[in-house]
Design a protein around this ligand. Structure first.
Ligand SMILES: [Zn+2]
Length: 83
């Protein structure tokens, strides 16, 4: 199904939480699934494409149903530049 143009809002997270999360993600000793759980917990979800840390929320209005997807900067730009 063709997606309409999304309404995009940035994900706002307190700076201390963001720094905490970045430090965890930079830690090579921490398992990937633990990092993913932390991303989900702190950012409220993961990037719909790469499962990384999302920074944006895109909401699509599909005939009255709102579809919400989260993206990181990179995947958001890639998904928009395709069109
Ligand atoms: Zn991504």
């Amino acid at each position: 199904m063709e997606k309409p143009k999304p309404k995009v809002t940035p994900i706002v997270v307190p700076d201390d939480k963001l720094q905490f999360l970045k430090k965890k993600l930079d830690n090579p000793d921490l398992a990937l699934d633990i990092k993913r759980d932390l991303v989900k917990e702190i950012m409220g979800g993961e990037c719909a494409v790469c499962k990384g840390m999302p920074t944006k929320i895109a909401s699509y209005d599909m005939d009255g149903i709102t579809l919400i997807e989260k993206y990181c900067d990179r995947c958001f730009e890639e998904s928009n530049s395709k069109k």
